[in-house]
Design a protein around this ligand. Structure first.
Ligand SMILES: [Zn+2]
Length: 92
């Protein structure tokens, strides 16, 4: 069935899809985030024309979302992986 043929109630938001695909873990720090505290992380920020689509949205915790700001998500992601590798941040 084409997505366009789905009823509104059958559709899943980009944020919820990301939450499920990521197993409830923040894309940056890897912590388990409760659904109510999960934030919608736009890889291309909305201020740069990024849309709330499956391809552009991931799930992140509030702290990481705010820390990244409008900077490059990839640079921030790599910084966070390095921090995790070196044990600078603890995660669940
Ligand atoms: Zn995080």
């Amino acid at each position: 069935m084409a997505v366009s043929a789905m009823n509104e109630k059958d559709q899943i938001s980009a944020k919820d899809a990301a939450y499920i695909m990521q197993g409830g873990r923040c894309i940056y720090c890897g912590r388990v985030v409760s659904h109510t505290k999960a934030t919608c992380e736009h890889l291309t920020p909305r201020s740069y024309g990024g849309k709330r689509t499956y391809g552009n949205v991931r799930m992140a915790c509030r702290q990481c979302n705010q820390a990244r700001g409008n900077g490059s998500w990839l640079v921030f992601w790599m910084m966070m992986q390095a921090a995790r590798y070196h044990g600078i941040i603890q995660h669940g």
